[in-house]
Design a protein around this ligand. Structure first.
Ligand SMILES: NC(=O)c1ccc[n+]([C@@H]2O[C@H](COP(=O)([O-])OP(=O)(O)OC[C@H]3O[C@@H](n4cnc5c(N)ncnc54)[C@H](OP(=O)(O)O)[C@@H]3O)[C@@H](O)[C@H]2O)c1
Length: 269
């Protein structure tokens, strides 16, 4: 029987998840219902995604034992408090809200439902997401298996301890934005050396995807793969020198640290 999943807050992340699951070869294993805040966005989402979408969170909880909380972090407390009386020990709440801890989710939702915190990213939309999840209150092995199954269907999923979740947010949660920026910059470089923009973007994006697959599939250290491309006195070493001069590595490290710090501070508010 299909797992009924209720998406609380069908925005960008909720949509990426639904579309990714719908497009997967396991699409028949899942059935969806969703909510938004406004009637207009619910009607629009129903039409666009062929999913029942409305504004009644309590009806959603009555119809789905698995609830994925996809509202903005500052909206989580209100949504869960309104739902608390309807939640039972049979419910599993999977929160994808950045910065919100499992303890907060349990407190706001009345403490009966099992709670998992997850940090996916938007490439879930095309089955290439990266999700990290951790157990909260009341979670059993079957809840962790179900969470892993959902997010593995739309990419890769691993379980880690909760104290690492802010760092995860700074790396893989926010990471697609960093990578888009790098692709955009490489594409500009292509235009500068005379390539048509569309071609430059293709070259940049496929190079990024190919290099990422090499790391994932060969399992070698990225530095060893970089060395393979770098011929003595060749062209690549000159490019690498320019990147070192521009402090690319430390800049990327600082980007992840800044986003992780922000995630941690938002959680304390
Ligand atoms: N976007 C990402 O790349 C990403 C990655 C990882 C995790 N996340 C997490 O995912 C969550 C959602 O982010 P997002 O980018 O998808 O935000 P978003 O596009 O703004 O979506 C938020 C959704 O929540 C709905 N909503 C607000 N209040 C509600 C209520 N009381 N009842 C039901 N629905 C309600 C909104 O409905 P209306 O449209 O009607 O206002 C909207 O559909 C955040 O907590 C974020 O930290 C996002």
């Amino acid at each position: 029987m299909a797992t009924r999943i209720g998406i609380l807050g069908l925005g960008k992340m909720g949509e990426a998840l639904i579309k990714g699951l719908q497009a997967s070869k396991h699409s028949k294993d899942f059935a969806f219902q969703a909510t938004t805040r406004s009637i207009e966005s619910a009607a629009e989402a129903t039409k666009r995604l062929a999913v029942e979408c409305h504004t009644d969170n309590q009806k959603l909880a009555a119809g789905s034992k698995v609830l994925v909380l996809c509202v903005k972090p500052h909206q989580a407390q209100t949504v869960l408090s309104e739902l608390a009386s309807k939640l039972t020990a049979d419910h599993l709440i999977i929160s994808v809200c950045a910065s919100v801890t499992t303890a907060q989710i349990s407190e706001w939702s009345g403490g009966r439902a099992a709670v998992v915190r997850a940090m996916p990213n938007t490439p879930c939309l095309i089955g290439e997401g990266m999700t990290v999840f951790c157990a909260g209150q009341g979670v059993k092995a079957e809840h962790m298996r179900l969470t892993e199954n959902i997010f593995n269907t739309v990419g890769r999923a691993i379980a880690l301890e909760e104290p690492l979740m802010d760092g995860v947010t700074g790396l893989s949660g926010c990471g697609p934005a960093y990578i888009y920026l790098i692709i955009e910059a490489l594409s500009e470089a292509g235009v500068k050396v005379g390539l048509p923009r569309k071609t430059a973007t293709l070259l940049a994006a496929q190079t990024m995807a190919g290099a990422a697959r090499m790391v994932l599939e060969r399992g070698e250290h990225p530095a060893a793969l970089k060395d393979e491309v770098t011929t003595p006195a060749g062209c690549t070493i000159d490019g690498l020198m320019a990147l070192e001069e521009g402090k690319l590595r430390v800049t990327l490290i600082k980007a992840v640290l800044a986003a992780a710090k922000r995630s941690k501070s938002l959680g304390k508010k």
